[in-house]
Write a protein that binds this ligand. Sequence first.
Ligand code: B1M
Length: 346
Amino acid sequence: MIIIGEKINGSIPAVAEAIAKRDADFIKARARAQADAGASFIDCCASVPEAEEVETLHWMIDCIQEVTDLPISVDSPSPQVLAQAYRFCKKPGIFNSVSGEGDKIDTIFPIMAQPENRGWQAIALLSDDTGIPKCAADRLQVFDKIMTKAKLVGAAVQAALDEGCDPMQILNEGMINTMSVVGEKFKNGEIFVPEMLVAARAMKKGVEVLKPHLATGSTGAQGKVIIATVAGDLHDIGKNLVAMMIESAGFEVVDLGVDVAADKILEACRANPDVKIVCLSALLTTTMPAPKDTVAALNAADFRSGIKVMVGGAPITQDFADEIGADGYSEDAASAAMPAKKLAAA
Ligand code: B1M
């Protein structure tokens, strides 16, 4: 967890007084107290008229850096002020903040993109020129706009491709392995669901850049596949990669999305009588019963002899696949096409 100490802010009357009197001991004492209390960053906000802000922040940042080497969260509503004040910091800290508003992103992101500013982070507020969105979906739209501007992941993937890295290596080592780190951090309580969501969105952006280099385009000649993440499960990155690889191997893929109940899968099979394989992805130990139930429902269907069922996902094993009566299993997306081809030909 990141703790940002917010006690050095000119909107607090005692701090405003200390700033006006240039009482360095007061600011230093607050910085020290927050460091001792376990802060990861010390926020520094002047809350003075903009004309005085850079000079004031300079003085405050110097005071803080005299007593602690914690990184600083440079806090101002003005991107122009942030663009000057961050230079007073001895080590990378946080730009507090950017948002979809005005020229904030366009001012701050190019600074962060400079190689000498590696390590600087930004707090992104999910508001824009229309104000604070009323619902979560609209906030996420602002988030997407900010991430698109940041082009962080896509640019990093593109840079690796430009340097001649193998696309499969970028996917496996750069992206899937990173997701394991995200998973570990979540398990250890260091990050929470929103951070996992951000990581998932970043991964999707990266996969978009990678896709033309991994997938060769589908002819559909191998037949039709229905793919879904099982009921109760919202994880779709692995499923999407499997779909991409299978499609690339010549299959036509009907993707039913996430959290797909058995009856929906049966319905889709009836609507696609030429389907050859049903692919089920499950990521949670708690959703492992869902592929079992789905296979059972498919086994009871009159069309079962005409289709094959393949399962996969982190908690799924070959033994589990055999136990629930699935016809095929694959450990990862890269090797999913092979059993799919075999099943389609059987
Ligand atoms: Co969640 N999540 N998550 N999560 N999440 C895991 C899976 C977890 C391992 C993290 C952890 O605790 N270490 C853990 C599961 C623990 C368990 O069951 N034992 C977990 C949990 C607990 C949860 C929630 C319950 C958290 C909560 O709310 N308290 C919640 C559940 C929501 C739900 O589904 N109902 C939840 C939510 C989420 C987000 C929505 C925030 C997000 C998913 C967003 C999205 O997918 N659009 C998310 C994420 C990102 C993860 C981690 C960090 C990454 C998953 C991922 O995309 N991996 C994950 C930790 C981890 O994986 N290490 C975690 C990369 C992807 C390429 O790998 O999906 O395994 P994967 O796919 C692989 C193979 O499995 C295989 O191919 C791919 C590789 O090539 N494969 C198949 C997959 N499907 C296949 C099908 C096949 C063949 C192969 O044939 C048909």
